[in-house]
Every structure is written in structure tokens, then in C-alpha cells.
Design a protein around this ligand. Structure first.
Ligand code: ATP
Ligand code: MG
Length: 268
């Protein structure tokens, strides 16, 4: 009895995010089809797979943008499936989008400062009725926004309109936005896509820095060089299911994984 209790406690200590039998269909298409995997606390885990494998849908389910049809999602010891997205965010689980969605006509600084308000839901309305506190919080938010822009190599762009940023800088802005809440875990959807090589090095460097500071990452990425270089373990999805997971090199040499990618080239 005591043994199994301490075993469970160890499990909680090492696993931050856990999916069990998670499923989501769009009509007859099983986008996510009984996916199960764990993400270890403190890890920089990759989620890879051919186009249409269900990776982004999996992020939508974890971040509660969509409700799973079946399965359980546990974050930091508590079930989060079925919670509203702002609750999941408040618990310290943040996500970035495959296609960045900044407010193009607001400045970079304003975009970052908006992030917690946008996601805070009722907290915002509580503050609405206490203007003194709002002012203090706005000052704190501004200080924090400047900090996260510094971390994301965007300090020099604080006053620029977000719409004027390059594709790569918009990816960094996505990261800056989610850092505002000091998340425990960040889901990054294709951070390297459309990012020039120099800026990609900055992005990789910042992700690794934040990871060393204790933030757990789950990262969807098609850039295999980046995955092989910075991620461990690697989870491979194909057709809505987890096909393989483990050390990057072992996964790369797995015949099933090679088949899944070759199948994509052959058919699509
Ligand atoms: N809102 C939706 N309505 C209908 N089908 C969808 C919807 N979103 C995704 N799909 C389909 O679900 C499947 C999984 O899509 P998803 O975007 O999760 O794949 P992905 O692994 O992120 O692919 P990619 O690497 O191209 O981004 C695809 O066949 C896709 O066309
Ligand atoms: Mg996707």
C-alpha cells in the first residue's frame, strides 16, 4: 500500500502532462484517434509526424480550444479536459499558434500586455471594479512585458506595430505573449516555420534558456535538424495515433516512422 502510494507520488513528480486515449473526430475523420503519451516535467519534448497527423488538433485539445470526444488529459496532477481554456491557461499551460495571431495594429508591447487580460476571463472583470488595483497591475504588467520582450530578443521592437514584424519575429512575439503568465509548460506549434536561419538560432537559444529555467516544452516541428538537436524525447504521431516515442536517434531510425513519412511523400 505504502509502496504504491510512493510510486504514485513519484509518477506525479516526474510527469507534468499526461494524455490517455484522447480522441477527436471531425465528422468521419478521426483527427486524433486514441492518443496516449506523457510529457516529463522539465523536458523539451517534440511532437512530430507527417502533415495531417493530428498534432495541432492534439494541442487544441490540451489547451482546451476544443473538447475531446474521449479520453483524459491530466496536467500537474489535475484533470484539465472539460475546463474552459482560460482556466487551463491560468494553471500555467500556454500554447502558441501555428499561424501567429497578433493584433497587427497594436504595438508589440501592447500585444504582449494584452495576453494575460485576454486569457484571464473573470479575473479581468474583478479588476474592472477596483481601478486602483488595475493601475498597479498595469504597471506590473508593463514591467513584465519589457522583461519578456528582452528575453525574446524583441526589446528593440516594443514600439513597432506587430503587423510590421517579420514572420520570425512574430514567432518570437507568440513566445513573449505566453511568457507573461510565467507558465509551467508551453506548447509550441511549428516555431521554426518561416523563420530565417539567424532568427531561428535566437529562438532555439531562448527556448533552451527558458527550459533550463524550468519551463517544460512540447514542441510540434517539421524542422528535423532542430528536433534532433534540442528535443528529447521525440513522440511521433501518424493518423491520429502515437506511432513511436523515445530518443531522437532511435525514433529517426524506426522503420514505422520512416514508412509514415515516406507514405506522406508518396501520397500527398
Ligand atoms: N476544424 C477542422 N475541421 C475539419 N477537419 C479538420 C479541422 N482541423 C483539422 N482537420 C483535419 O484533421 C486532421 C488533423 O489535422 P491537424 O491540423 O491536427 O494536423 P497536423 O498534424 O497539425 O498537420 P500539419 O503538420 O500539416 O500542421 C487533418 O486531416 C485535417 O485536415
Ligand atoms: Mg499542425
Amino acid at each position: 500500500m505504502t509502496g504504491s502510494d510512493s510510486g504514485a507520488a513519484r509518477g506525479r513528480a516526474s510527469t507534468l502532462l499526461s494524455l490517455r486515449g484522447v480522441a477527436k473526430a471531425y465528422g468521419s475523420l478521426r483527427a486524433v484517434d486514441g492518443a496516449s503519451f506523457d510529457v516529463a516535467r522539465g523536458s523539451l519534448t517534440a511532437l512530430i509526424g507527417p502533415n495531417g497527423a493530428g498534432k495541432t488538433t492534439t494541442f487544441d485539445l490540451i489547451a482546451a480550444a476544443r473538447r475531446p470526444d474521449a479520453g483524459e488529459i491530466v496536467f500537474d496532477g489535475q484533470r484539465i479536459d472539460g475546463l474552459p481554456p482560460d482556466r487551463v491557461f491560468q494553471r500555467g499551460l500556454a500554447r502558441t499558434f501555428q499561424v501567429p495571431r497578433p493584433f497587427a495594429n497594436m504595438t508589440v508591447l501592447e500585444n504582449v500586455m494584452l495576453a494575460p487580460l485576454q486569457q484571464a476571463g473573470e479575473r479581468f472583470w474583478n479588476n474592472w471594479f477596483a481601478p486602483g488595483r488595475v493601475r498597479a497591475q498595469e504597471r506590473a504588467a508593463r514591467d513584465r512585458a519589457h522583461q519578456v520582450l528582452e528575453v525574446c530578443a524583441l526589446a528593440g521592437k516594443a514600439g513597432d506595430l506587430a503587423g510590421q514584424l517579420s514572420g520570425g519575429q512574430q514567432k518570437l512575439l507568440e513566445l513573449a505573449r505566453v511568457l507573461m503568465i510565467e507558465p509551467k509548460m508551453i506548447l509550441l506549434d511549428e516555431p521554426a516555420a518561416g523563420v530565417n536561419p539567424a532568427l531561428l538560432e535566437t529562438l532555439i537559444d531562448r527556448v533552451q534558456l527558458l527550459n533550463r529555467q524550468g519551463i517544460t516544452f512540447l514542441l510540434i516541428e517539421h524542422n528535423m535538424d532542430m528536433v534532433m538537436r534540442i528535443c528529447n524525447p521525440v513522440i511521433v504521431m501518424a493518423q491520429g495515433r502515437v506511432l513511436a516515442q523515445g530518443e531522437p536517434q532511435a525514433v529517426r531510425e524506426d522503420p514505422q516512422v520512416i514508412d509514415a513519412y515516406l507514405g506522406e511523400v508518396a501520397h500527398g
